[in-house]
Design a protein around this ligand. Sequence first.
Ligand code: HEC
Length: 307
Amino acid sequence: MRRGIVRVLPLLLAAAGVAQAYPFGPPPSKTGAVAVAGRPAEPRCTDCHTGNPANDPSGSLELLDLPSAYEPGRLYTVRLRLTHVWDPPPIEPRWGFQVQAVRKETGDSAGVWVVSAADSYQVLPTSAQLPQFARRRYLEHTIDGIHAGQPGPAVEWALHWQAPPGDSGLVYFFAAGNSANGDNRSSGDYIFTEVESLPCAASTDAPRARSLPAVPELTLASANPFRDEVSFRVWLPGTEEVSLEIFDLQGRLVRVLARARYEPGAYILYWNGRNAGGVRAAAGIYLARLTGVEHPVIQVRRIILLR
Ligand code: HEC
């Protein structure tokens, strides 16, 4: 099961009636998204962070620097700003977020969240219990991504979103933020939500291709070293037959993540740290290798599995 810890821990905590630090970031699908294209509305962080109504007038959540329309394939840096004035201020405020981009036409994720090694963020798939959101991905803080101890009144996260490769129509952004009082209980915190939407820029003159690589490219899309799951971003400038495979340092094939013909675009592929038989691979260094058939490209990324 992917990300078992992330899902199971809050339940254990709830069952025990205790609150403890929840170091892995929020569980997925809690952005408070409205119902889109037949997909139901999502709950909010207030599922657990109880005690105060969402969007109290003492604060706000804003997505800043969004363009008025997205150009297909372009990488945007947007800022998520959480403002909240505490009265009285808590001893150790802690601030966190979860955000997603959704296509209006399908209700599924739009574009790709790009996480660099310097960011303390993670991209989560939805939990297996919520198949209606199976095609959604969530960007959120990890334990190092919270602004701990900062009194505010505002904190910001810089987020990198790559627009979908073609015209995907209107894209919604749904974000949730938590101004937590750091008392190690999920009650008494303040949850704020935000919705934005972006149309696609009229794109007949497509000047965008310049900034994108002309050959297939493999990059990491989540934190490395990793424990439960690692994700890769594969960029394909044209229709391409590619394989993405995991090898150990002895050159043995551990797992095939993809071996097929793909349309042009950016793809996110996940490895859950297990071999083809579903057995957890041992801790250590592995190589993720992208091989193209048409292009004689081979790209290798080194990943480190912790246990
Ligand atoms: C399934 C229950 C649950 C949900 C849903 C949930 N949280 Fe939490 N969260 C917790 C618990 C338990 C804690 C630990 C108590 C605390 O520190 O407040 C916590 C702590 C936090 C903290 C403090 C950081 C820390 O590690 O102590 C932040 C920030 C946070 N949550 C953000 C969010 C955001 C943003 C959402 C919605 C996108 C969310 N949480 C949804 C259970 C949950």
